[in-house]
Design a protein around this ligand. Structure first.
Ligand SMILES: Nc1nc2c(ncn2[C@@H]2O[C@H](COP(=O)(O)OP(=O)(O)OP(=O)(O)O)[C@@H](O)[C@H]2O)c(=O)[nH]1
Ligand SMILES: [Mg+2]
Length: 343
């Protein structure tokens, strides 16, 4: 079984842990019909469920800050159920490089820095966690932005730009519920393009080979809580309103996009395209003819389970991309892009 390693990079309090808990919640049993679902060890499942249950309880608290050590590694297995059997399709491991840890790296802790670099270099993809609250302040021209933006965005963009190396780079915009009443994803994208390192990342993705199968950079708005569940108080703290039930938004999309982008970018996938159209089609999420109309019932082995999973994920991703055209910054028309101001 293939496994994909993802390093998450986010500032303290950006929303990494709540996002991971909501993502697991959405993909554990929330997939339609016999769709692919996520599994994880019982101990890790219990931790994530506890975090989400407390956060979603109008009376409950927020999760504790993730301690810098040891770095939590969440090891998910994506599975498909068919004809009474469960097929393990691939593993996805998220290394939650929490804000506290990132600070240690920046403060020059050599050992942490070395390990950090190793993990970032060997990961299949990088996930930048952008604090939606910081972006809200930034878009509002609120001076509170500056404190949050420095570690949260400048540093992450710099690390991503240095280490990208042709791998998928996904950015999630957390706390989307605190932004979406006033801004669209296109506004966020335009603001991010003012950061030289972000714009350079997008630009380098855009200058990739023509017809490249997948974008390098994605921008994904997520909320672990959904609209109306929480709001900002006067001091800028997130408070539960007690007026709505938690209902995560797009929390499954970063995981769904991951195998699609990694598989599509793997050199083998492109070589396979020439020799074995079916394998290439699976990586692209298109239905090979023989499998059309079979749904999960067509799943008889690990290979067909992979094909079915990629098809299902591709369909969900297509719907998401239709709703949020700005989610693919490198696919925006060139005329839409203006050179970044130096920040
Ligand atoms: N409104 C809103 N608030 C959120 C959301 N996700 C997180 N928060 C708020 O942000 C706080 C931090 O979220 P965490 O997931 O713990 O952040 P983290 O990035 O894991 O933080 P560290 O572990 O300290 O690095 C939470 O306590 C909530 O108050 C969201 O989707 N919507
Ligand atoms: Mg955390």
């Amino acid at each position: 079984m293939d496994s994909f390693d993802v390093v998450t990079l986010g500032a303290p309090g950006a929303g990494t842990t709540m996002f991971l808990a909501a993502m697991f919640g959405q993909l554990q049993g929330g997939q339609p019909g016999n769709g692919p679902f996520l599994d994880i060890t019982l101990a890790q499942a219990r931790m994530l469920q506890r975090i989400l249950a407390a956060a979603s309880d109008p009376q409950g608290g927020w999760p504790d800050t993730t301690p810098p050590s040891p770095v939590p590694e969440w090891e998910f297995t994506c599975c498909v159920r068919s004809a009474g059997r469960i097929f393990e399709v691939f593993g996805i491991n998220y290394l939650d490089f929490a804000g506290g840890r990132l600070q240690q790296v920046l403060d020059g802790d050599a050992e942490t820095g070395r390990r950090f670099q190793q993990r970032v270099t060997s990961a299949h993809a990088l996930l930048g966690v952008l604090d939606g609250l910081a972006l809200r302040y930034l878009l509002d021209d609120d001076p509170r932005a500056e404190r949050l933006v420095s570690l949260g965005m400048r540093t992450i963009f710099r690390i991503m730009r240095t280490h990208a190396g042709g791998r998928p780079i996904h950015f999630i915009v957390t706390k989307w519920d605190l932004l979406a009443d006033a801004y669209e994803l296109g506004d966020v994208r335009a603001k991010l393009m003012e950061f030289g390192d972000f714009a350079a990342l997008v630009q380098s993705a855009r200058s990739g080979p023509p017809g490249a199968p997948a974008p390098l950079v994605r921008l994904i708005p997520v909320s672990a809580l959904g609209f109306g569940f929480a709001q900002l108080d006067e001091e800028g703290r997130v408070r539960k309103t007690g007026a709505a039930a938690a209902s995560p938004i797009n929390a499954e999309i970063p995981l769904i996009a991951l195998p699609i982008d990694v598989l599509a970018q793997a050199p083998q996938a492109q070589a396979a395209q020439a020799q074995a159209p079916q394998a290439a089609q699976a990586a692209q999420g298109q239905a090979p003819q023989a499998a059309q109309g079979h749904g999960p019932a067509g799943v008889v082995d690990q290979r067909s389970a992979l094909r079915e999973t990629v098809r299902s994920f591709r369909r969900q991703l297509d719907r998401f991309e239709e709703r949020y055209p700005a989610a693919l910054p490198d696919r925006q028309s060139a005329g839409d892009w203006s050179p970044p101001e130096a920040r």
